[in-house]
Design a protein around this ligand. Structure first.
Ligand code: ASP
Length: 356
């Protein structure tokens, strides 16, 4: 992949308080209207024309822009590896990182990065916009400027938010707890099962008890291997055996996330339980997450989930779908033991799930 590197010289009178690396991957934030009326990515080097206030920040800013910005709908694990490598290689040179990314798959990317980077002690803040930065009413400027402030924020010399987060519409969320919930208004993200880590207004009000403490067990590590042999099976009333079987029998499948109803409930029809049970017997890790954005999977609470527990379906507890599928890809990339992966899926790694 090719990048364009730009340093933004701030004109603030004081010496920079912190250094932040901005990684521009694409998305609406950096788009302009093309002749045919569709939105197309623009050259990020012109960012200062759109947000001249960046010059006033007392920050040392470096921008690494993908030379081919991507609509996040086209994001793949390859881009996650690129973002991860850029951060990993520059880790010691910056106090924080801001990733500019389309909103459509931002929650997947933020989840993936949270699992890929271990021993994190610095902020990695994803942000984007619902309206292109060239639009008069764009939300891009506020999202970008505040994301930069959060990425640079320190207390007693330590990063205030040593986590992978999403900052959007005045709220900071843990990345692996977030979901895109809105495509029209500015409040695009929600974190139903975990409180916001900060809210910005006249001040940025940090929710300190909710923020991960960086308990560093060693040097920062990058887990680059992801296994894409995973699938999602969304349940719905009337689901046919042919549909379920086509997903469960995907050639090479190693991990399956089943999006169940309510507290983790699924149809009790024999054919469905048998399909899942035979996949598990063959070594597929099957994880149960709920279609409800809030609440948690409690296998065995209802009769309609008891059978899942009995055949060895792993409870995804209060994991988001985005966190479940990306965590599964990363665990499968490094680990082959079905039992161990099942246990790790249920063990919090970086605040993605609550045990009760
Ligand atoms: N399709 C765009 C993307 O995800 C939407 C956005 O940026 O908000 O890249």
């Amino acid at each position: 992949m090719h990048y364009k590197r730009t340093n933004i010289i701030t004109s603030a009178p004081k010496a920079p308080e912190a250094s932040v690396l901005i990684i521009y991957t694409g998305g609406t934030l950096g788009m302009i209207h093309d002749k045919d009326g569709t939105l197309q990515p623009f050259d990020f080097a012109s960012i200062l024309d759109h947000v001249p206030s960046l010059r006033q920040l007392e920050l040392n800013l470096t921008v690494i822009a993908f030379t081919r910005p991507v609509d996040s709908t086209n994001i793949t694990p390859t881009e996650w590896q690129e973002i991860g490598s850029l951060i990993y290689e520059a880790y010691n040179d910056f106090d924080g990182f801001v990733v500019l990314h389309g909103t459509d798959t931002m929650a997947y990317s933020a989840s993936a990065l949270s699992f890929m980077i271990e021993n994190l002690s610095k902020p990695i803040i994803f942000t984007g916009a619902q309206l292109p930065i060239s639009s008069l009413r764009s939300d891009a400027r506020e999202n970008l400027v505040t994301a930069l402030e959060i990425a640079a924020a320190k207390r007693n010399g330590k990063a205030l938010v040593p986590e992978v987060c999403i900052y959007f519409d005045y709220k900071l969320f843990r990345g692996n707890r977030s979901k895109k919930v809105e495509s029209l208004y500015f409040d695009a993200f929600e974190s139903e099962n975990y409180p916001a880590l900060a809210e910005s207004g006249v001040i940025i009000n940090y929710n300190h008890p909710a923020i991960l403490k960086s308990e560093i067990a060693g040097d920062v590590l990058l887990h680059r291997e992801l296994d894409e042999n995973v699938a999602i099976l969304k349940l719905y009333p009337g689901m046919t055996k042919a549909y379920a079987a086509s997903v469960i029998h995907t050639p090479g499948l190693k991990g399956l996330v089943v999006e169940t109803f309510g507290a983790g409930n699924a149809p009790t029809a024999d054919w469905f339980t048998t399909l899942l049970a035979s996949a598990i017997k063959k070594g597929v890790i099957v994880v149960n997450v709920s279609q409800c954005p809030g609440g948690r999977v409690m296998q065995g609470r209802y009769k309609t989930s008891k059978q899942l527990k009995e055949i060895g379906v792993v409870s995804g507890m209060d994991l988001t779908l985005e966190a479940a599928i990306t965590k599964l890809m990363i665990l499968l990339g490094e680990e082959g033991d079905q039992q161990k992966i099942g246990t790790l899926m249920q063990t919090p790694k970086c605040g993605e799930l609550s045990l009760d």
